[in-house]
Design a protein around this ligand. Structure first.
Ligand SMILES: Cc1ncc(COP(=O)(O)O)c(C=O)c1O
Length: 280
């Protein structure tokens, strides 16, 4: 039995229904967040909710109470005590007979859905060995910084990765490395970290920001500057960062070996990240 939150009410998952006229269903007119729960505590809650409101504001979706989100979170977390879990929040513009023109902000009650579900940690052997990725052309829209539920390019790119038997696909725009389908990407060269700068073409990851902070505290130089696919190939280490991914070494890109296993910088950042997550 699993309880979910839908529009102010808690209910059995099987009882939660969304209208066929929901604009999320019809137009992908909505946004989402995923927050990891370490020992029942939400990691970087305020950062996630700030980003959620930036996404809502970008779409001009109004009428979401921060306090209601906290109350819903508390109840859902209480129902899933002591487990490594993930909190999902999805907010759509609401229910309206199908018409492209969005209603005046505030005229429609948004659909708010939240759940907490247990997550399996990534297999430690995979963490140690690292994963393979391919690069793909970034054919997403120009507002990638908005965390919209319109994830079809990400889904198709992940499908391409799966077809090639690799873990993820890395979006490349005009020759520059952007990010993975659900994670940001870092390279390490001669002890210097590099990741794509925050522009409208990447999602500003919460984990990315935490890793940059941890790395700088450790004395690493971190460049938030564009880099090419060739530079990616020539890295000493490459890793992904994300809420579900945490810090995951990439040891092969487009069939080229980067390293035999997770490198020392990746491993130390992952350890420091875990320390911080357990402390939070
Ligand atoms: C496209 C994309 N980039 C980066 C990230 C990583 O963001 P975060 O660290 O906030 O989970 C995600 C997470 O879902 C994502 O979907």
């Amino acid at each position: 039995m699993s309880i979910v939150y839908l529009n102010g009410e808690f209910m059995e998952e099987s009882q939660a229904h969304i209208s066929i006229d929901d604009r999320g269903f019809l137009f992908a007119d909505g946004v989402y967040e995923v927050v990891h729960l370490y020992n029942g505590r939400p990691f970087e809650w305020d950062c996630h909710i700030d980003r959620l409101y930036r996404s809502l504001n970008a779409l001009k979706i109004a009428g979401v109470s921060r306090d209601d989100l906290v109350r819903a979170r508390e109840r859902l977390v209480a129902d899933n005590p002591g487990r490594e879990a993930s909190l999902y929040i999805q907010i759509t513009r609401g229910v309206q007979r199908r018409i492209h023109t969005p209603p005046t902000p505030g005229m429609l009650a948004p659909t708010i859905l939240m759940w907490v579900r247990p997550v399996e940690p990534i297999d430690p052997q995979v963490v140690a060995r690292g994963v393979a990725v391919i690069t793909v052309t970034d054919d997403r829209w120009a507002k990638v910084w908005v965390k919209t539920i319109g994830l079809l390019p990400n889904v198709l790119a992940r499908g391409q990765a799966a077809d090639r038997g690799v873990y993820d696909a890395i979006f490349v725009r005009d020759g520059m490395v952007m990010e993975g389908t659900s994670a940001n990407i870092f390279r390490v060269k001669q002890g210097v970290l590099q990741t794509a700068p925050v522009t409208n073409y990447i999602l500003p990851g919460i984990t990315r920001a935490v890793i940059i902070e941890i790395a700088k505290n450790e004395g690493y130089r971190v460049l938030e500057e564009p880099f090419t696919v060739d530079e990616l190939y020539q890295s000493d280490e490459v890793f992904l960062s994300g809420t579900s991914t945490e810090v995951l070494a990439v040891t092969e890109v487009d069939g080229r070996r980067i390293a035999e296993a997770a490198g020392p910088v990746t491993e130390s950042l992952l350890a420091l990240f875990h320390e911080r997550a357990q402390r939070s």
